[in-house]
Design a protein around this ligand. Structure first.
Ligand code: EPU
Length: 337
């Protein structure tokens, strides 16, 4: 257990936040020992994974940060066209995807290059380029922070939704995911449907990409649109894409005929928050410390020297101006701590 640790290297926004107490977990048994010691209920706790989707609002975190850094990838089952792979929670997500693609296993390739760790991926059901984590998720193991017992969560029990799961909702703060099992395929059609990918492949003369080529193309597309967190602080998409009623969508479409949109299975319509924010005039806006990324308006950025509160205030201003212009309230996908 360490005291007064600056979490600046542990959050992709790069904000200073001092944790009163900090413990790094390198083995699942360490976590169990910590829980059984009874130390947890006495204080505020925060489970920290890659820190890529977190906003520290204050300069002090007055509690215990539990940093998950367990490693290991193993094959659990292999047969026919399928392979079940288990990754420990602290494995780096982009490395895990690269490993699977290198082995020729399909199922996570479109999620290439998303910064973060394996254990955090199910919490918000990460998604990109027409694929979501839930598509290849088999099950996960999680530890109950109250009892120290391990529980297996099936896909159904995780209640995955768009950037949602039971770990972000009803069971928030109760369980720590310790490992995730993925059901991958040795042979499967590639998912090239997402607009950007097809266009890019066509322009670059790769109409029938291999798994590895698709992976690499996605990395290139992401690099062109999203900031490198080693250089500019950010947490990827800051807001979720709002889902609105069809009637409201029809009205808006009359005024904004080029508004991009995706039909949802329930008859509602999803509208890209990045487009709404750009239309409200925010794309590329910046002050000394924070701003709205000039290549993707859904990404709020920290240029350095700022505070979490600068992003909190910017986010409120953006929410208000989008609501005023479109009558749509966008909500953050980033976790505020
Ligand atoms: N758009 C604009 N202006 C912008 C940004 C986007 O007009 O500044 C328009 C685009 O032209 C396009 C539409 O909005 O028509 C969608 O944009 P894009 O394809 O870039 O995707 P997104 O909906 O903004 C989502 C995810 C990303 C993921 C991409 C690619 C959410 C909240 N975000 O963004 O995820 O990488 O799709 O699949 O769903 C993340 O969660 O951190 C993240 C980066």
């Amino acid at each position: 257990m360490k005291t007064n640790i600056n979490l600046q290297p542990y959050n992709s926004f790069g904000f200073d936040a001092v944790a009163k107490q900090f413990v790094e977990i390198n083995a699942v048994s360490d976590l169990q020992t910590l829980i059984k010691s009874g130390a947890l209920p006495r204080q505020k706790t925060l489970i920290l994974s890659g820190g890529n989707n977190i906003l520290f609002q204050n300069e002090v975190f007055d509690g215990l940060v539990i940093y998950i850094n367990t490693k290991g990838i193993e094959i659990i089952k292999e047969g026919g066209n399928e392979v079940v792979v288990r990754a420990q929670a602290g494995e780096d997500w982009p490395d895990f995807v690269r490993f699977c693609v290198g082995k020729g296993w399909h199922g996570v390739e479109n999620l290439a290059h998303i910064p973060g760790k394996v254990g955090a991926a199910p919490v918000q059901n990460i998604g990109a380029y027409g694929m979501e984590l839930k598509d290849s998720f088999a099950q996960c193991e999680a530890m109950d922070l109250v009892t120290g017992e391990t529980k297996v969560f099936t896909k159904e029990e995780c209640r995955f939704g768009y950037r949602e799961s039971v770990f972000k909702g009803e069971l928030k703060g109760r369980y720590v995911i310790t490992s995730v099992d993925f059901l991958l395929k040795k042979d499967a059609p590639l998912n090239l449907e997402y607009g950007n990918i097809k266009a890019y492949l066509e322009e670059n003369g790769i109409p029938r990409p291999t798994l590895q080529q698709l992976h690499d193309v996605i990395c290139t597309i992401r690099d062109a649109k999203l900031p490198d967190v080693k250089q500019i602080g950010s947490a990827g998409s800051f807001f979720k894409n709002p889902v609105i009623e069809r009637a409201q969508f029809e009205t808006l479409l009359k005024e904004y005929p080029t508004m991009p949109h995706y039909d949802e299975p329930n008859g509602k319509v999803k509208v890209p928050a990045g487009w709404l924010i750009e239309q409200a005039g925010w794309k590329g806006w910046r002050d000394e410390h924070v701003g709205v990324y000039d290549k993707q308006a859904l990404v709020l950025v920290h240029y350095g020297g700022g505070k979490g509160q600068d992003i909190v205030q910017l986010a409120h201003r953006i929410q208000e101006s989008v609501e005023e212009k479109f009558g749509i309230r966008i909500s953050p996908e980033v976790n505020f701590v």
